[in-house]
Design a protein around this ligand. Structure first.
Ligand SMILES: *Cc1c(COP(=O)(O)O)cnc(C)c1O
Length: 420
């Protein structure tokens, strides 16, 4: 089942025809489905029905306020990795007591901001960070988590693997007991949870099973040391289908979690990102030109790597769907789908079977809801890509396309250049 599907030969997001949005907003644009977000959130939480679970949506996957609000309205908390994301989560209506703060390089200013807002949990990733929180905690009572690095290979793309000893994240699991003892000795600090997140786009449960088993053992050891551990934060990382992958369903994931960590009497915290939003969004683009070179057929579109960098950054696959459904007998031929940016890396897809296209034809990149708009830039002085949220038969622009004036106004000339 998909909220993005053809109706009468035209790609729709729920009840709204994509060409209708394109006519109103222009291209390129991201389009998200409220129903898809809702369905995935409820699938995830439903899999843990009856358990003491807190789901903190990982805001970095898609931090549009309207997306966060959609999940907040369902009861979601937030996992944030910067002061900016924390401000977004609060602005979208997520209460501080449902917010966790992760990240290897939280600054003193960011930590102070988070403590002042009284968020639920800061997951500490190093001893120097612990020392700073210790200073800031003077006169307060701060409950923290310690993020451990379990040295498990998540078997995912190298750039989104985070749980191996050589990765920058967390504190080596072998040193965790020592760090908990130090944390406990700091006035104002109470280390009450263990956090782990081994990577993203995991399509196999085995690495998570190993990591969670190790975390459960650690919790027992920490308790034997006299720590009060009331919760464990198992991170995010559940993969989605881009190109025929078979990621575990929420039910299978939940069963594995309950087997490995369900009998600790701990509250379970989760930080899903991609699995909630990835397949809840698409990127819609228009064909500018088609050109047939000596060796290849190029379809040049008005979206570019600055709008969706995943193919360039991770060799990621995004399915390409013509918005007008091709006739069943349409002749297809392989095409490279490329953006206008002056880099060879500005290639979305190679050798995809596409029907004949003409300028202004609309194409949609599937599975673009996660790590899409949030990674957009203005490279080549292109305007930040707008975002649209659909809900049933309605749609709303939830991030407008800025103007060139706004973009240029961010720069200024040095004082000694003014007279020229
Ligand atoms: C990125 C991140 C997540 C979310 O990962 P997904 O793969 O998108 O689910 C969760 N927790 C932490 C600490 C992260 O850095």
């Amino acid at each position: 089942m998909s909220e993005f599907d053809y109706r009468d030969g035209i790609l729709h997001a729920e009840g709204v025809a994509i060409p209708e949005i394109a006519a109103a907003v222009g291209t390129p644009f991201y389009c998200y489905s409220s129903a898809a977000l809702t369905r995935r959130y409820l699938e995830f939480t439903g899999a843990f029905d009856g358990q003491d679970v807190m789901v903190c949506y990982s805001v970095k996957a898609n931090s549009n306020l309207a997306v966060i609000r959609t999940l907040a309205a369902l009861g979601s908390g937030a996992d944030v990795v910067s002061e900016g994301e924390l401000r977004r989560a609060l602005a979208a209506g997520i209460p501080p007591e449902r917010i966790v703060f992760s990240g290897v390089g939280k600054t003193r200013g960011e930590l102070a901001f988070a403590l002042d807002r009284g968020i639920y949990r800061i997951n500490v990733e190093s001893e120097p960070e612990l020392a700073v929180i210790g200073e800031l905690a003077a006169g307060r009572r701060v409950e923290i988590g310690i993020r451990v690095n379990p040295d498990v290979d998540a078997k995912t793309h190298e750039k989104i693997s985070t749980g191996r000893a050589e990765n920058k994240f967390g504190i080596d699991i072998g040193r965790a007991r020592d760090i908990f003892a130090r944390a406990r000795a700091l006035p104002g600090i109470r280390p009450v949870s263990v956090a782990v997140h081994i990577g993203s786009q995991l399509t196999d449960l085995a690495p998570m099973r190993t990591a969670f088993t190790n975390v459960a053992e650690l919790v027992q050891a920490l308790r034997a040391d006299g720590n009060t551990i009331d919760s464990i934060d198992l991170g995010g990382g559940l993969g989605i289908r881009y190109d025929g992958e078979t990621p575990p369903a929420a039910g299978a994931y939940a069963a594995m979690v309950m087997e490995t960590a369900g009998n600790l009497g701990c509250r379970l915290i989760f930080e899903p990102g991609r699995s909630l939003v990835g397949n809840s969004g698409i990127l819609v683009t228009s064909v500018i030109y088609e050109k047939t070179g000596e060796a290849r057929r190029f379809v040049i579109v008005d979206a570019a790597m600055n709008d969706l960098i995943r193919p360039a950054l991770y060799e990621a696959y995004h399915r390409v769907d013509p918005v007008m459904q091709p006739a069943p007998d349409a002749a297809l031929s392989p095409a490279d789908i490329v953006g206008p940016i002056c880099e060879t890396g500005d290639t979305f897809a190679r050798g995809r079977d596409l029907p004949a296209v003409r300028p202004d034809d609309l194409l949609a990149f599937a599975s673009a809801g996660a790590y899409g708009a949030v990674m957009a830039s203005t490279y080549n002085t292109r305007l930040l890509v707008p975002e649209v949220l659909v809900n049933g038969n309605a749609f709303a622009v939830v991030r407008r396309r800025p103007g060139y004036d706004e973009l240029l106004k961010l720069d200024s000339l040095a004082e000694w250049q003014q007279s020229v």
